[in-house]
Design a protein around this ligand. Structure first.
Ligand SMILES: Cc1ncc(COP(=O)(O)O)c(C=O)c1O
Length: 404
């Protein structure tokens, strides 16, 4: 038998996708599966993007520059000016989505056995990215009981060891929807400077900010140039998840040199997608305002529906488009699977992401799930009908029986 490495076999299974075969099987049985498992909004890209896409080199598609096309890097730097952030094109490394930026960043700043401090719950794929880089996650627990509060900087400081290389956060946070207030972000920046660490902030959701909440990019702290890494992406902001264009942004020249070496290994980011990303980053603010308005309605609908479900706890998200909820169940893995294998309501079911994958601490998230409100209101309503009905009928003893 050919051998598969232990590393390969143990790669962390993404909670958003691991039950897709069950979803496919449900669809094959004629069930309409409503996908709230993954953060892929159903909006279109800004008008005219496809029309404006020009490829002047006829059918010749060469490799590009490893760091990304200069025009895209310059356009990205210009885009940041609307947040009053001054970065140069050289500070922006184009990557194949934020996912690649995160992997490259971890490989560049940490050696196997080093540590990253990450408040949990966190974006589930951080587990896999850290695993591949041999980085141990040191989780800072936060709880739904008090609304997943952002841990005070003394907690971050207490977790620092000789092996700590970075503090990793997503802001706005996936999955809790929390936003780091400016002062707390500033304290983390100070901590990074004091202990000579990187503060790595994943800002994929920077434009998804509700009501009166304010977002501050870590790049605004220019006095911490050497310590800040921002991870960015066009995926969510421009409804272009499949384009696979992201960025790693830093003013630390030594880090950028290492990232350049890493990026040369994969030769270049996708060339055609980069041409399109240039157009996306030049989109008028009105595009984004429209998307946010629609998300504001979707969020209101979700909050209204969820608060009517008995025994369900959640907190209103301040940003992004997820709700991390506690359900009256024992095993969110079992429940999420059961929704696809054994349940339907009026020919429909809902797919959600079980909460365990959003933690590094074993045993956490067992009765929690992440719901992505990325579909139109009619679909969200139908999904909430399904969830309500499912919770009323789910045999609470199923998971215990399975374990016995
Ligand atoms: C916080 C966060 N970072 C990164 C990513 C990955 O983004 P990309 O599509 O740019 O690889 C996601 C996707 O859901 C995310 O939620």
């Amino acid at each position: 038998m050919t051998r598969i490495s232990e590393r390969g076999k143990s790669i962390f299974a993404s909670p958003f996708r691991k039950y897709l075969p069950y979803a496919d099987a449900a669809k094959a049985r004629g069930i309409d599966v409503i996908h709230l498992n993954i953060g892929q909004p159903d909006f279109l890209m800004p008008d005219g993007i496809l029309d404006s896409f020009k490829w002047s080199a006829s059918s010749f598609v060469p490799y590009g520059i490893a760091e990304g096309e200069n025009e895209l890097r310059a356009t990205w730097a210009e885009y940041y000016q609307k947040f009053n952030i001054e970065v140069t094109a050289e500070n922006v490394m184009v990557t194949t989505g934020a996912s690649e930026a995160l992997q490259m960043a971890l490989l560049a700043i940490a050696d196997p056995g080093d540590e990253a401090i990450v408040p949990e719950p966190f974006y589930a794929n951080y587990n896999g990215f850290c695993q591949i880089a041999g980085v141990n996650i040191v989780p800072l627990p936060t709880s739904i009981d008090d609304g997943f509060p952002i841990p005070p900087s003394v907690d971050f400081e207490a977790a620092i060891t000789e092996r700590t290389r970075c503090i990793l956060i997503s802001n706005p946070n996936n999955p809790t929807g929390k936003i780091f207030p400016q002062e707390q972000l500033r304290q983390l920046v100070r901590l990074a400077v004091k202990h000579d660490l990187f503060l790595m902030v994943d800002e994929a959701y920077s434009e998804f900010v509700y009501q009166t909440y304010d977002f501050y990019s870590a790049l605004t702290f220019a006095d911490a140039d050497q310590h800040v890494i921002v991870i960015d992406s066009v995926s969510k902001r421009f409804n272009a998840c499949g384009l696979r264009v992201g960025a790693l942004v830093s003013r630390n020249a030594a880090l950028l040199d290492s990232i350049t070496n890493l990026s040369r290994l994969r030769l270049s980011p996708p060339m055609l997608a980069q041409r399109m990303a240039i157009q996306l980053l030049k989109s008028p603010g009105s595009y984004y305002a429209g998307v946010l308005e629609e998300f504001t309605h979707r969020r209101a609908l979700m909050l209204d529906r969820l608060k009517k479900i008995d025994g369900l706890d959640f907190h209103a998200p301040e940003g992004a488009f997820y709700i991390f909820a506690r359900l009256p169940i024992e095993d969110s893995e079992d429940f999420s699977r059961w929704l696809l294998t054994d349940f339907s309501h009026q020919g429909q079911t809902v797919m959600i992401a079980p909460g365990t994958g959003f933690y590094a601490s074993p045993g956490q998230g067992l009765n929690e799930v992440r719901i992505a409100y990325v579909l139109e209101e009619k679909r969200l309503s139908a999904a909430m009908d399904c969830l309500e009905q499912a919770l009323a009928t789910y045999p609470k003893t199923v998971s215990a029986a399975l374990k016995a």
